[in-house]
Design a protein around this ligand. Structure first.
Ligand code: PLP
Length: 384
């Protein structure tokens, strides 16, 4: 049993480029443990991008810390260095740097700011598995990084989270906290996770994914499967049994996925290149890159002027168009106030939430899917 965990965590650390990997129930739990390991607790603040998934501020809240949102950059959808440099570093215990859609954040400027005030960086790599910057992989720039193993993420362990720690002092602290606090998932949970992994492997193809996701969400609301979030998490509560480890079946799935990882990444690159080539011909803005940025995109962001109608039309047609993020703290139903977000704080993030839909880059997306998605955009979307 232990050797399965060891094998997966070694494969993972080696792939990203060093450090140690800890295996948890979810990405958010990895963030929570990183904050605990860094001794970021009550009386401190954590900086987050104002364009993220609500479970990220949820993990920060679970650590008892105050939240400070910094607006994002309109090109990268990541924390804007200009806005960051305008923030007071007082009482800031850590900064969470998210690499949205897989596009690298500006680690040179953000790193310089953090270094000047001796503030640790935690990279949110949940979208950015395999992305590089200046010849290094994302996840190696901060003191720690976390990855998500959810179905919808680039690397799936059938839910699950990976915490990668590079800093040796932090490794020791995190190990102590994990040994004392992280519980193994119950046997019932393990059986369910295993059944879900097998069901997904058998059922999922890009064209079916929309329907499967809808069914999965419904089953999860009824408590019939292990879901990704509980309703109360959107309200600002920490669910019970939050600090749980990964199940052996998930680590085995992780090992299995690591075998095909180069192909997975190569496929994402091909799909994204195709979108980048063809979107401008249709009047849409492509993702633009600066020298040194080498993203592996999880989903391809496109700004449109009719997001809501477009998503509804896509749903009716069974097309796989994504809505991340629908609000500065996704999803739209989140109680922003409970997470300390005041509307208007991050106007670039809010505009992105109104405009951005995302196109699939997942394995299995081929020329035919790309054609269908682009034809749909040409017919129905208004460029923004
Ligand atoms: C999905 C996601 C997370 C959370 O991952 P979980 O494994 O669901 O906890 C964190 N950050 C971002 C940007 C995400 O998209």
């Amino acid at each position: 049993m232990d050797s399965t965990f060891d094998r997966f965590s070694t494969l993972f650390s080696t792939f990203i480029g060093g450090g140690r990997t800890y295996l948890l129930a979810k990405g958010r739990v990895a963030l929570y443990l990183a904050l605990r390991g860094l001794d970021v607790g009550r009386g401190r603040k954590v900086i987050l991008p104002g364009y993220t998934c609500v479970v990220v501020p949820g993990a920060v809240k679970a650590a008892g810390v105050e939240l400070v949102y910094v607006d994002v950059d309109a090109r990268t959808f990541n924390i804007s260095p200009e806005h960051l440099e305008a923030i007071s570093p007082r009482d800031v215990g850590a900064i969470v740097v998210q690499h949205t859609y897989g596009i690298p954040a500006d680690m040179t400027r953000i790193g310089a700011w953090a270094c000047r005030y001796d503030i640790p960086i935690i990279e949110d790599c949940c979208h950015a598995f395999g992305s590089g910057l200046d010849g290094r992989m994302l996840g190696t720039f901060g003191n720690a990084a976390f990855f998500s193993g959810q179905w919808s993420k680039p690397f799936s362990t059938g839910l699950g989270g990976m915490l990668l720690v590079s800093d040796s002092g932090l490794i020791e602290k995190v190990e102590r906290i994990i040994a004392a606090e992280v519980r193994a998932p119950s046997l019932i949970r393990q059986w369910r996770l295993r059944a879900q992994i097998l069901a997904f492997r058998a059922a999922v193809t890009p064209s079916r994914l929309q329907r499967i996701t809808t069914a999965y969400r419904a089953l999860s609301r009824w408590g019939l499967v292990v879901g990704s979030s509980e309703t109360r998490e959107l309200e600002g509560d920490t669910p019970s049994q939050y600090v749980t480890g990964m199940a052996p079946c998930q680590a085995r799935e992780g090992i299995r996925q690591m075998r095909g990882v180069q192909r997975l990444i190569a496929n994402r690159r091909v799909v994204a290149r195709e979108y980048s080539r063809r979107l401008p011909e249709l009047g849409f803005r492509a993702v633009t890159l600066e020298p040194g940025e080498d993203p592996v995109l999880l989903r391809y962001p496109v700004r449109v002027g009719n997001k809501r109608e477009l998503l509804e039309a896509a749903r009716q047609r069974g097309l796989w168009l994504g809505s991340w993020f629908e609000s500065p703290l996704h999803p739209a139903e989140s109680n922003l106030g409970a997470f300390g977000y005041r509307p208007g704080t991050c106007s670039v993030g809010e505009q992105a939430a109104r405009e951005v839909v995302n196109l699939p880059c997942d394995p299995g997306v081929d020329e035919r899917h790309i054609d269908a998605v682009l034809r749909f955009l040409r017919e129905r979307a208004i460029p923004a």
